[in-house]
Design a protein around this ligand. Structure first.
Ligand SMILES: NC(=O)c1ccc[n+]([C@@H]2O[C@H](COP(=O)([O-])OP(=O)(O)OC[C@H]3O[C@@H](n4cnc5c(N)ncnc54)[C@H](OP(=O)(O)O)[C@@H]3O)[C@@H](O)[C@H]2O)c1
Length: 375
């Protein structure tokens, strides 16, 4: 379905769309600027707005994230300035903070937010002050009260999707879309193994794969997460702290193995992932929350004619058309009840360090949000 068709359906559906879970109440768009912003003169004499943001000056643990004033200029050609109302936390934010992926220091982390447009660059059409937009991916810098982004990465929000839901789902949901519909086309009857099945991306992968007719096996660390994974469409859940993943997968599949493994854990899991695959199966290695997996010898793939891919959502949503298609599919699936959003953890933006510590300590499940505060 095209994005235009999806939006048309969401805006003009004659009967309310059925939701599996009660959707959060629609929140009216907040006024364009309410954060008190001081102004300062930068070296070239240009007036810059000062807002607060989390900034990383040195690589390290959660404690390196400082809550401080940063300058936000005026949007240039093709850009918009947005006042963030809800910010999504993603594991990739940890990778940048630790230096697994590199960015010039100092930097403001964060790759996902919903916000209200507060200024548009000269000559830009199609965007106006007061519009509500979401973005996921580059540029980094969403852990801020306000930020500037290219208008081309901004996605309009259907009125049926509230700010928190959109910030909780856009990056993770587009990742699930890309992994299930573009990297591999999961079909009814497929067997799929999802590691970290109760996590942000994992929860959506399981729900969506189940809706596509796949039989989903999820791995999680504890009973509470196992219950969530089962609610999210896992027909089988393996608590990997108590059970051997390969043995259980072989039992469930009568020795055949699964068609696809979605592995975001990396170092700790990739060997078992390869063993869990059926002949001609596909290992989709899309993350490394436990560390970089060791190199896999090509000969390891030969025994079962396996496929291996290491995709990034950004490469599959690089054009405006691809971005809108992915976002549209995600919003449509929220609207139709295929995807239920678990916003299990919300922190004030100023306390982003706490959110990162909890994420890395495996204390979280579902999505994590930061809400901008004025502290
Ligand atoms: N390639 C892409 O384009 C793309 C896009 C988005 C996300 N990702 C990747 O997808 C993964 C999930 O991201 P997310 O933001 O949704 O995070 P998440 O899955 O909510 O959080 C990570 C979960 O991974 C599990 N885990 C296993 N070993 C871990 C370890 N050593 N340290 C920390 N967690 C560990 C934990 O679940 P248990 O307690 O059940 O073990 C933990 O709750 C990340 O690896 C991320 O980089 C990739």
């Amino acid at each position: 379905m095209t994005y235009a068709a999806v939006l048309h359906r969401l805006y003009h559906s004659p009967s309310p769309l059925t939701l599996v879970a009660s959707p959060p109440p629609l929140s009216p768009p907040p006024p364009p600027t309410t954060t008190p912003r001081s102004r300062c003169s930068c070296s070239k004499g240009v007036e810059m707005a000062a807002v607060k943001a989390i900034r990383v000056h040195e690589l390290g643990g959660p404690e390196v994230m400082r809550w401080e004033q940063v300058e936000v200029g005026e949007p240039k050609d093709g850009e918009i300035r947005i006042k963030n109302t809800a910010i999504g936390v993603n594991f990739i934010d940890v990778y940048f903070r630790e230096g697994v992926y590199s960015a010039p220091l100092p930097f403001v982390p964060g790759m996902e937010a919903v916000g209200v447009v507060t200024a548009v660059g000269p000559g830009l059409t199609g965007r106006k002050v007061g519009d509500v937009v979401a973005y996921a991916g580059t540029p980094m810098g969403s852990y801020a009260q306000e930020q500037i982004i290219p208008a081309s990465v901004a996605v309009p929000l259907p009125p049926s999707i509230d700010h928190n839901t959109a910030a909780a789902i856009l990056l993770k949901g587009m990742t699930a879309h890309v992994l299930l519909r573009r990297v591999v086309k999961v079909q009814s009857g497929d067997w799929v193994l999802v590691h970290a099945a109760a996590g942000g991306v994992g929860s959506l992968l399981c729900q969506w794969a189940n809706a596509l007719g796949a039989t989903v096996i999820g791995t999680v660390s504890n009973e509470e997460k196992a219950a969530q994974a089962a609610q999210d469409g896992c027909q089988h859940v393996i608590i990997y702290t108590k059970e051997d993943v390969v043995t259980r997968v072989k039992e469930f599949t009568a020795g055949k193995g699964v068609n696809v493994v979605y592995d975001s854990v990396g170092k700790d899991t990739y060997k078992a992932s390869v063993e869990c695959l059926a002949t001609r199966g596909m290992l989709v290695s899309f993350g490394q929350s436990s560390g970089k997996p060791d190199p896999i010898p090509l000969s390891d793939l030969a025994a079962k004619s396996l496929f291996l891919t290491r995709p990034s959502m950004l490469h599959y949503t690089a054009t405006r058309e691809e971005l809108l298609e992915s976002a549209g599919e995600v919003f449509a699936n929220v609207g139709s009840g295929v995807l239920r959003i678990r916003v299990n953890h919300t922190y004030p933006l100023s306390q982003a360090a706490r959110a990162h510590a909890d994420l890395q300590d495996r204390k979280t499940s579902g999505s994590i949000l930061l809400i901008p505060d004025d502290s």
